[in-house]
Design a protein around this ligand. Structure first.
Ligand code: ZN
Length: 274
């Protein structure tokens, strides 16, 4: 599932490809993904210009010239492309937005857990109310050790699930929580409320470092994620523990193990994550 670095990569690519373009025609081939798609047909998108594309959490927002926005989420397997009209429609492409330069924004999603819908923006440059539930962005100064420490007090659940709680800090899922805790040397099993201030500071620092590095490399192409141009992100090659159960820890040489946390398999190194 795309996490923050993948959504950032998609958002930047869409910003380059679509900002300044005007939507000329809308085609919907499937009634719904996670939410209905047919409302796009009557939303009067034709003639609207895309004035900016930006990310919040794992969502991408394309701001329109009339104060509305297209809100996107890529579910488990969403892929968006901006291509010329001569590529035939792929089987799982559900929506086409034709642009005034002759290209088409195309949304593909095999499992239909993705989302594309029209929303009102609170203000130009802002975000729709649908995203009000999201916590702080991990790459902003608001997210630091003190914030993580204060928010985690009294929390008896494990730190891995806490780090993946989008209402606390948004955009971090299984891949980047796993890698962050390994880099910080903290076991995913630890109760969040028992972390020290120093440990919270290490988590915040490592999360920022790893997410920034992953953005530099265009994200991780795990499962079905592809960049807008069809290329794969390169961060997958730098993963230290995620997807490496049974292999040697690159830091201490012990065998990487897995544990079930919050219903998902979680890799960690019992040698250097305490
Ligand atoms: Zn280790």
């Amino acid at each position: 599932m795309p996490e923050l670095p993948e959504a950032e990569t998609i958002g930047r690519a869409l910003n380059r490809a679509m900002t300044g373009r005007t939507i000329t025609r809308v085609e919907v081939f499937t009634p719904a993904m996670r939410e209905p798609l047919t409302p796009l047909l009557s939303a009067r998108l034709e003639g609207r210009k895309i004035v900016d594309v930006r990310r919040r959490g794992r969502y991408v927002v394309a701001e329109l010239s009339d104060g509305r926005a297209l809100l996107m989420h890529f579910g488990m397997s969403g892929v968006v492309r901006v291509e010329t009209a001569d590529t035939p429609r792929r089987k799982h492409e559900h929506v086409f937005l034709h642009l005034d330069d002759g290209r088409i924004f195309r949304f593909e999603c095999t499992r239909r857990f993705s989302m594309l819908k029209v929303c009102e923006l609170s203000a130009p440059g802002g975000f729709p109310a649908e995203l009000d539930m999201l916590g702080v962005e991990p790459l902003t100064p608001e997210f630091d050790g003190d914030y993580f420490y204060l928010k985690s007090r009294g929390r008896t659940g494990n730190v891995k699930c806490f780090l993946m709680d989008n209402a606390i800090v948004c955009g971090i899922g299984n891949i980047y929580a796993t890698e962050t805790l390994h880099a910080a040397g903290i076991s995913p099993l630890r109760p969040a409320g028992k972390l020290t201030k120093k440990e919270c500071a290490r988590i915040a620092e490592e999360a920022k470092r790893i997410l920034s590095r992953a953005i530099e490399l265009g994200g991780s192409s795990i499962s079905d994620f592809l960049n807008v141009d069809g290329s794969e992100g390169k961060f997958g090659q730098e993963l230290a523990v995620y997807g490496r159960a049974g292999k040697m820890c690159p830091r201490c040489g012990k065998r990487i193990e897995t544990v079930r946390l919050g219903g998902r398999s979680s890799a960690y190194c019992p040698g250097c994550q305490k």
